[in-house]
Ligand binder design. Structure first.
Ligand code: ADP
Ligand code: ADP
Ligand code: ZN
Ligand code: ZN
Length: 806
């Protein structure tokens, strides 16, 4: 039994996922980094074991009734953990905030700003002081009554509702109306009310057209339906509803996605005329601080907001001084993490997961918690090497406040600065799951088996791939006069037939230039449109003729429900189901491929409707999923599971990793091709049935890339990728780069947004944006071959690139 003063977290017998009965000791109050290739088991140890166990103990202590839940969800497979403090997770892939959250709500800075306006704002003469709630568009007290705090209202007009005015109502002039019986009912009601439903729409009187489309009246009349297709219906009471009312009502209330999408086609959204898009009540908008409304301050980049507050707070009253002081300190932490270009009103869904995690991190610093262990997932994701220093500073302060900081990380600059290193491996899945080293980072030098070692100590025996001679471009796409976000009046040239890396600090405009402007241009051409989204953002574009298609491989999830997975997304599951349908048992029983789907009834388990999980709701706790009590996660009913393919049931096939599946299906070309490309992008460790919701952004991106690679295409493709190395160990990065360079060798063009200098050094061409983020960025600071850019004196990327080129 360790003494209570034992300074270590001691893990005994960890067997979660692929962990092989791991024992490990980690000193508390340290910055500890977990490394290892993708799938080696880092997350299974840091999140699946240590964090999960801390969470389980917490639930047990606050809510004894939660035991039942814990029992169902299952405690982590671990013998014993001692010395474990309570844990806080800032993992990226979990808990995406809702669309109403923003930078201000995630950081809680909005609360403080509201308090400032409530207590220290300048009110119009005679106005009463407002409660701080009155400055929030998300409360009844603050929301603009016209748009309910949304800032936009939906409108419709005659042209949208009646696209073809030559038709009569009977012929379907009112396109917005529902189909089938309901549409006929509305027509019969109008007929009963005395409107001419057989005249072309445009010949009806203006006031009739107005009433039919826009009235808020809902008259009830007795309808005597005429013979319809020989059937006689009884008279009934019919209610009228104008087309606008119907569309708005459907849009706001329907649960059917199809109906909602249909309604949306008849609506345009415009800024709310009452609040002008500020989402707030007029009374709140009449209050100012430093001469500006709360909405104006929330729209400023945080660095500019800090300047305004600093100017106004200093000379003000006591309340203003205290409140601005607090705000400034907290904004300072966010700016320090390289996020000063964000504004408080920026909505959460437009943020990258890296930005979100760093916002949460900044918020934690001010929480005053101590004695906890923070568990983070790759906090350097999306961060320029120039900002790594501040990240380390912030992590250091969390530690100095008396906490332990455990991070899963791939960036060697962070690993080098850790107090303690836990290297897991050596490889993925069943070839990993062991702790190869647990101790100060230098000790890894003595562990030849580790895949991390040669990257941590590049001097001896390896390091980054040797730098090649840059390829020569076969042409150029030239965008001139780009105007989008902070990229203003810029001319950019992207070389064709080569590999280009776009670099720059966070917020400098990389995603804007590549993900929005460049991505928008050929996509519109393909759709056969004259000018579309991308082209609106630039004055002119040349050089596109050489490109046949554009493929944007982003990090958005491959599906939002546990029903989509790797196998369904890549089409592999179609092949699998066909193979099952061809087995002797299936043919005897008359089971078709559909029987082996978990999405339709027939073969699936009906208790969980093929999800394998059921949702468990518990008072005061977030709802959680537990394995289905009937199929225990198998997703299928017992009859379906009686069918086997070379000894495996369809559920067992879904449980195979890509790597084992490649062996199992060798000899089946359709399956082999999909599996080989997944192996090629380093995803051999994923299970075929792993739900889309469990995959990280980087994994989703590599799955998309694999399904692209699997199609053999003719013609010149332009591939765009946003930080494809996220979540990848340097050894995995090498594998991925071989794939991407292979695409270039096959006469395609690849453009990546990237922070990993090993990747940038290996590119043919570099476009460096900056010099800073937000207003301080958006320009092309340097462009050319990696060596040319490394010589730039203005570029913040240059020194790091020069080091990688050595
Ligand atoms: P890393 O964090 O090093 O990339 P993980 O801990 O995520 O690795 O994965 C280690 C192994 O555990 C992999 O083989 C992976 O497929 C498997 N694994 C991960 N999550 C699950 C899960 N929810 N159920 C079963 N196996 C899993
Ligand atoms: P990077 O990719 O280099 O991190 P971004 O292109 O994401 O930079 O951002 C460049 C600038 O554009 C920043 O000032 C950012 O706040 C702004 N910006 C990016 N996306 C949006 C958006 N959806 N709405 C408003 N501003 C945005
Ligand atoms: Zn409004
Ligand atoms: Zn079930």
């Amino acid at each position: 039994m360790p003494s209570p003063h034992d300074p270590y977290v001691r893990v005994r017998g960890a067997r979660e996922h692929n962990l092989q009965d791991v024992n490990v000791e980690i000193p508390r109050d340290t910055l500890t980094v977990f490394t290892g290739v993708s799938g080696s088991g880092k997350s299974s140890l840091a999140f699946g074991t240590i964090y999960a166990e801390a969470q389980r103990r917490y639930f047990e202590s606050v809510a004894p009734y939660a035991r039942r839940l814990i029992h169902q969800v299952g405690a982590p497979a671990v013998g014993e953990i001692t010395g474990l403090p309570p844990a806080v997770s800032l993992e990226q892939r979990r808990s995406a905030p809702g669309s109403r959250s923003s930078v201000g709500t995630v950081t809680t800075l909005s609360n403080s700003l509201r308090m400032l306006f409530s207590r220290a704002g300048d009110y119009p003469a005679g106005a009463e002081r407002l409660d701080s709630d009155a400055f929030s568009p998300n409360t009844a007290a603050g929301a603009c009554p016209e748009c309910h705090g949304l800032g936009r209202i939906h409108r419709t007009d005659e042209e949208l509702l009646v696209p073809d005015a030559s038709l009569s109502i009977r012929e379907g002039a009112i396109a917005a109306w529902p189909g089938a019986w309901q549409g006929k009912n509305l027509r019969d009601v109008l007929d009963t009310l005395g409107y001419d439903v057989d005249r072309p729409w445009r010949e009806l009187a203006a006031k009739d057209r107005e009433w039919i489309l826009f009235t808020d009246e809902q008259p009830v009349v007795t309808v005597h339906p005429v013979r319809d297709a020989g059937r006689i219906q009884r008279p009934y009471q019919g209610t009228y509803m104008s087309a606008r009312r119907y569309v708005l009502h459907t849009f706001a209330d329907t649960k059917s996605r199809t109906l909602r999408a249909k309604a949306e086609r008849f609506l345009t959204s415009v800024a709310c005329p009452v609040c002008g898009g500020s989402r707030l009540r007029p009374e709140a908008m009449a209050v100012t601080f430093a001469g500006r409304t709360i909405a104006e301050l929330a729209a400023l980049p945080l660095s500019a907001l800090a300047e305004v507050l600093a100017g106004a707070g200093a000379g003000g009253e006591e309340a203003a001084r205290v409140l601005t002081g607090d705000l400034l300190a907290r904004i300072g932490t966010v700016t320090e993490l390289g996020l000063g270009y964000l504004s408080l009103d920026r909505t959460a869904p437009t943020l990258s997961s890296g930005e979100l995690q760093r916002l949460r991190l900044a918020t934690q610093l001010r929480s005053g918690l101590f004695g906890v262990v923070y568990v983070l997932d790759e906090p350097s994701a999306g961060l320029h090497p120039a900002d790594t220093e501040s990240l380390l500073g912030v992590l250091g302060r969390l530690k100095e406040a008396g906490n332990s900081v455990f991070v899963v990380e791939h960036q060697m600059d962070v690993v080098r600065r850790a107090d303690w290193l836990v290297d897991v491996g050596p490889l993925a899945g069943e070839h990993g799951g062991r702790v190869l080293h647990s101790g100060p980072p230098q000790g890894l030098a003595e562990v030849p088996e580790s895949a991390t070692r040669r990257f941590l100590f590049p001097g001896d025996g390896g390091g980054a791939a040797p730098v090649r001679e840059p390829r020569t471009p076969t042409g150029w796409i030239r965008l001139s006069g780009v105007e989008r976000h902070n990229v203003r009046g810029v001319d950019a040239a992207f070389p064709l037939g080569v590999f280009t890396a776009v670099t720059g600090v966070s917020g400098s405009g990389k995603s804007t230039l590549v993900g929005q402007v460049l991505a928008g241009v050929p996509a519109d051409r393909q759709a056969g449109e004259e000018a579309g989204a991308g082209e609106q953002y630039c004055a002119s574009v040349t050089g596109l003729e050489a490109v046949d298609r554009l493929v944007q491989v982003d990090q958005k999830p491959i599906g939002r429900t546990p029903r989509s997975n790797l196998a369904t997304y890549t089409g592999l599951f179609d092949t699998v189901r066909k193979l099952f349908a061809q087995t002797e048992t299936a043919r005897e029983r008359g089971y078709t491929a559909g029987r082996f789907s978990f999405n339709v009834s027939g073969g699936r388990c009906e208790t969980c409707q093929g999800e394998g999980f059921v949702s468990v709701e518990l008072l005061f706790l977030p709802s959680t999923y537990a394995p289905c009590p009937d199929c225990h996660g198998a997703r299928y009913n017992p009859e379906t599971l009686e069918v086997t393919l070379r000894g495996l049931t369809v559920a067992q096939v879904l449980d195979l990793t890509v790597e084992s599946a490649a062996e199992f299906f060798s000899g089946t070309p359709a399956a082999e091709r999909a599996l080989t490309t997944l192996l090629d992008v380093g995803l051999g460790y994923l299970r075929l049935g792993q739900p889309a919701t469990e995959l990280s952004g980087g994994e989703a991106q590599r799955i998309k890339l694999a399904s692209e690679l699997q199609r053999t295409r003719r013609g010149h493709t332009l591939y765009l990728l946003d930080e494809p190395t996220t979540g990848l160990h340097p050894a995995d990065v090498e594998v991925l780069m071989r794939q991407l360079h292979g695409l270039v060798d096959a006469h395609n063009t690849v453009v990546v947004v990237e922070h990993d200098m090993a990747v940038v050094a290996g590119a043919d061409h570099v476009i460096d944006l900056g010099p800073g983020g937000g207003d301080q960025g958006g320009r092309i600071v340097a462009t050319g071959t990696p060596r040319e850019v490394a010589r730039s004196t203005e570029s913040r990327t240059a020194p790091y690139l020069a080091k990688a080129l050595e």
